[in-house]
Design a protein around this ligand. Structure first.
Ligand SMILES: [Zn+2]
Length: 439
């Protein structure tokens, strides 16, 4: 077992004390963080040797970002259906093309997208997409940690994915297959309360509760969605999901835009996580999520890219800035959400939204998912360590991400992804996207 010790001028811990160590030391071994402290607190006496490698970095060490909602293989559909609201975009453009996707298409879309996520500093991504096994394997191949939530969806043109019973059965087999995998976790992803009829929705919820799996559902993304559920069942989307038993396991509510005060109190009482997708919500004019009210009530909110056909960048920095800007505009208050909070919504709070206490902070006992940012001209001047967080959020970009480790293994070194040639992957995805777009 080899130990790696990283020395950096700044270590942004994102632990409970929200510390910025300047300078700091992070030590990892066997895929886990074993020690984090200020460099001058306890000078380490031991010398480098076969069991200890020492790395002197010149920038900022942060925990890897946790992307709470994505459909990353949609790099194959990036830009399609531009200008449509979500319901028409899904039924008129996405589903017809998605009906033509093969497992190999999904694998290539994921290789390309997952590499872009890693280059942006995302080390964990919660994924909901077709051909989930191909997705999980492609993510693992490029070194990205994933929480894969196979969709359960009944929609015209998607019959070849089998009945909902078959989809659910295969999802549970997948959970078994990856049970001990260090990089892949499996949950269940019934698309939404409006797109999945009650019977398959209840069966999926029951299976998630019985097996203790994360339940990942689009919740109250568009205004029409609540109207449909209320007209049919007389309840808001969260109350409807509660009645069906969805709060009996860790629920991750994607989007969460159209929520009442009662919904927010319900989500807080159950520590339901919300995946906030500000750029996607703005692009589709879905609405402005009540982020301040959710967080004030104690709901863990993670920031998410959504799929690259919904936004279309896979850039957590831009998402964090957009979250701040939209929250401030919604509340008409420049103090509604700040960079410090937004960074937590990309790290420790995002991990909490998934019910994961092993991710999202530089702290002994968490997984060794780390990113190293360069302190270029965009990230200065740093007149005091806490100002650094403001620069990272408002001025950071994937271009600043120099190195990425996932589970202690390097995935990006000196800006270069180790597993995938981006030019080749991009050409492959373009060729496949052309075929899928053809009617
Ligand atoms: Zn989505």
């Amino acid at each position: 077992m080899s130990t790696h010790r990283f020395h950096a001028p700044y270590v942004v811990t994102q632990d409970a004390e929200d510390r910025v160590l300047a300078p700091g030391v992070v030590e990892i071994a066997d895929g886990w963080i074993t020690r984090v402290e200020a460099a001058n607190a306890a000078p380490a006496p031991d010398e480098p040797g076969p069991g200890l490698q020492i790395h002197h970095l010149d920038g900022v060490l942060l925990p890897g970002f946790v992307n709470t909602h994505a459909h990353t293989p949609m790099t194959l559909l990036r830009g399609a259906g531009e200008g449509l609201p979500v319901d028409r975009w899904l039924t008129e453009v996405m589903w017809p093309r998605e009906a033509r996707l093969t497992a190999e298409d999904v694998a290539w879309g994921m290789r390309l997208g997952a590499t872009q996520l890693l280059r942006g500093g995302i080390t964990t991504s919660v994924e909901m997409y077709f051909h989930p096994e191909a997705l999980a394997r492609a993510g693992r191949e490029v070194g990205l940690r994933t929480v894969v939530t196979p969709p359960v969806l009944v929609a015209p043109g998607l019959e070849h994915h089998g009945s909902w019973q078959q989809q659910l059965e295969r999802a549970l087999e997948l959970a078994d297959l990856f049970r001990d995998d260090p990089l892949v976790d499996v949950g269940l992803g019934p698309h939404s309360a409006y797109a999945v009829p009650t019977e398959p929705l209840v069966a999926t919820i029951d299976a998630a509760v019985a097996h203790g799996l994360l339940l990942h559902v689009h919740v109250a993304e568009g205004e029409h969605e609540g109207d449909v559920i209320t007209a049919e069942h007389g309840l808001s989307v969260p109350r409807y999901l509660e009645r069906l038993g969805a709060l009996g396991t860790q629920l991750l509510a994607a989007h969460g835009v159209w929520l009442t005060d009662d919904d927010i109190a319900l989500l807080a009482a159950h520590q339901t996580g919300v995946a906030h997708c500000p750029a996607s919500n703005a692009k589709h004019a879905s609405g402005l999520a009540p982020v301040r009210a959710l967080r004030a009530a104690g709901v863990p909110v993670g920031i998410a890219t959504d799929g690259p056909a919904s936004h279309d960048r896979l850039d957590p920095f831009e998402e964090a800035r957009t979250a701040i800007r939209l929250a401030r505009l919604r509340e008409r208050d420049a103090g509604a959400l700040g960079p410090r909070e937004a960074l937590r919504m990309l790290t420790c709070e995002a991990a909490a939204a998934l019910g994961r206490d092993d991710l999202g902070a530089l702290e002994a006992g968490r997984r060794a998912d780390l990113i190293h940012l360069e302190l270029g001209p965009d990230l200065g001047p740093v007149l005091d360590p806490t100002q650094l967080v403001t620069h990272v959020v408002f001025s950071g970009s994937p271009a600043a991400v120099r190195d990425v480790w996932v589970g202690g293994q390097p995935a990006v070194v000196d800006h270069r992804p180790l597993a995938v040639d981006l030019t080749g992957a991009s050409a492959e995805v373009t060729a496949r996207a052309r075929r899928v777009a053809r009617r």
